[in-house]
Design a binder for this molecule. Structure first.
Ligand code: ATP
Ligand code: MG
Length: 503
């Protein structure tokens, strides 16, 4: 057996009275893909932040190629060849891909010619079959492309150990397949990869070994070939049984809550992203949107939420024409929005839980009077949400940016649902959630619709849509290819519509 390239021994990391990691042992071998699994808040990201020198552990040791090292800074880890793609990307949107990669280099202060930088990066990305355009500005890229930039950034810097925090959560199924091919090529060339994921099947298919964390401790560790869904589920959540939430056949009211007529919307590049789309959602109905990400879903949901201008067409909510009205008017008319990117669109990372909770509703009589916030009432409400949604946090006055990814998502969902929406627009609401939290959120969406809320559910997981939606609209290339009743829909038809085939 080869010697491990990294050994973490008895790592303990506390934040105040939260123990994020407790006596964790983890070894990583050259040439392996090692997956980390565990509930939201189990300590996965923290453990990797310890390995990359972002956090100093309270106790425990790290060995690199058999020698004990003390990681004093992220720079030291990077110099040693340990690179990480974080759960929330760390790119600078106005800069180009090449500029972002070079900023990460130790000698980035030297003046470089644009063309040389771009050629160097294009060569590096070609070597690993990573398709990126070095001259593109990062803000124009899809999340999948941004992730490839993050990977190129590490490879160009010479990383031997790559850590990816929930890399597939934001990718399309096809992109995830491509990403795993890239990771396998890197492992085959002797590098080591750690990936964090909530997707058990994906982990079983693509990893060599799997370690499950639970409440900050190692619960189980195994060869991927010995893993089964049952064993992993047990390690992640214990003996609790999971019953997927399924929408019973259900009669929605005749009244349309949302009506979209001939809507066209442009994307950030100024190209038509939503093309003449029409549909309506009734009170109490869950309307699913299927499609490969990047086919207009983002622009459609943002237009409905009032965040993006409609080029053409009309958006009506409960009879009110909101097409040209402000975001505030959308909120006041009962439109709630769970955006696909929680930290840049949904929450303010530097503000605490209470502050994030009232971002949209601070004007409510319950929360303020004559412009003065009622702190006690706000805190009480926030505490209620924490309890109801089982949100793990160091406290309601700690910044949201320090919460684990899944717990941020739960907080965002709590805020949007508790605004008493008539229309809830939910983009990938369970992205990054563990199986327990996924089940809980699905239950809440069903309850909401039973109260009469119209729900627009955007998802890439067909299973989720078949479980939850009354009707499914399929988007491809900005077009609404068809709208099907769930009873009349099947995986094959939806798959074909998603790839642009007409019915
Ligand atoms: N900088 C910090 N300050 C305070 N508490 C923190 C900090 N970072 C993490 N925590 C807490 O440590 C625990 C573990 O968090 P961590 O982010 O490691 O979880 P995770 O396993 O990555 O979860 P997820 O799947 O939701 O991303 C959580 O309770 C979190 O609130
Ligand atoms: Mg995490």
């Amino acid at each position: 057996m080869k010697e491990p390239v990294i050994e973490m021994r008895n790592i303990t990391k506390r934040f105040g009275n939260v123990t994020a990691n407790e006596n964790v042992n983890l070894s990583l071998y050259p040439g392996e893909i090692h997956a980390l699994l565990g509930e939201n808040g189990a300590g996965k990201s923290t453990l990797m932040n310890v390995l990359t020198g972002i956090y100093k552990p309270n106790s425990g040791e790290i060995y690199y190629q058999g020698k004990k090292v003390s990681m004093k800074s992220p720079k030291q880890a990077v110099d040693m060849g340990i690179g990480m793609v974080h759960q929330h990307f760390r790119l600078i949107p106005p800069l180009s891909v090449a500029e972002n990669v070079f900023l990460y280099m130790p000698d980035c202060s030297t003046v470089l010619r644009q063309k040389e930088m771009e050629d160097a990066i294009n060569a590096c990305s070609r070597e690993f079959h990573l398709d990126v355009d070095a001259s593109a500005k990062v803000w124009q890229l899809s999340v999948g492309e941004q992730q490839r930039v993050e990977i190129v950034k590490l490879l160009y810097r010479g990383a031997e150990i790559l850590i990816l925090d929930e890399p597939s959560a934001v990718l399309t199924a096809q992109e995830a397949v491509e990403m795993f091919k890239v990771l396998r090529r890197m492992a085959d060339s002797g590098k080591s990869v750690i990936i964090i994921s909530h997707k058990m099947n994906e982990v079983m298919q693509n990893a060599d070994r799997i370690t499950v964390l639970k409440n900050g401790r190692v619960e189980d560790t195994m060869e991927a070939k010995d893993a089964t869904v049952e064993r992993l589920t047990k390690a992640v959540v214990g003996d609790r049984e999971f019953v997927p939430q399924i929408r019973e056949s259900h009669h929605c009211s005749e009244a349309a809550v949302l009506t979209v007529e001939n809507l066209s919307v442009k994307n950030d590049k100024g190209l038509t992203a939503v093309n003449n789309v029409s549909f309506s959602i009734h009170a109490g109905e869950i309307f699913g949107i299927a499609g490969v990400a990047g086919n207009g879903q983002k622009e459609l949901t943002e237009a409905i939420a009032g965040l993006r201008r409609a080029e053409n067409g009309k958006i009506t909510v409960k009879g009110e024409d909101l097409t040209k009205l402000s975001i505030r008017k959308h909120i006041d008319n009962g439109v709630s929005f769970i955006p696909e990117d929680r930290l840049s669109m949904g929450l303010v990372p530097g503000l605490d839980l209470s502050e994030n909770m009232i971002l949209k509703h601070f004007g409510w009589e319950k929360f303020s009077r004559k412009g003065i916030l009622k702190k006690k009432a706000i805190d009480e409400t926030t505490k209620d949400y924490i309890q109801k949604y089982d949100i793990k946090t160091a406290g309601i006055h700690s910044p949201v940016g320090l919460m684990s990814g899944g717990n941020q998502q739960k907080l965002l969902i709590a805020r949007e649902i508790n605004g008493n929406p008539s229309l809830l627009v939910a983009s990938y609401p369970v992205r990054g959630l563990d199986i327990g939290a996924t089940e809980a959120i699905h239950k809440i969406l069903l309850e909401e619709s039973e109260k009469g809320t119209a729900v627009l559910l955007v998802s890439e997981e067909l299973d989720e849509l078949f479980q939850m939606a009354d009707r499914i609209g399929v988007m491809c290339d900005g077009n609404m290819m068809a709208v099907l009743d769930r009873e009349n829909a099947d995986y094959d038809t939806i798959g074909r519509l998603m790839s642009g085939e007409k019915l």
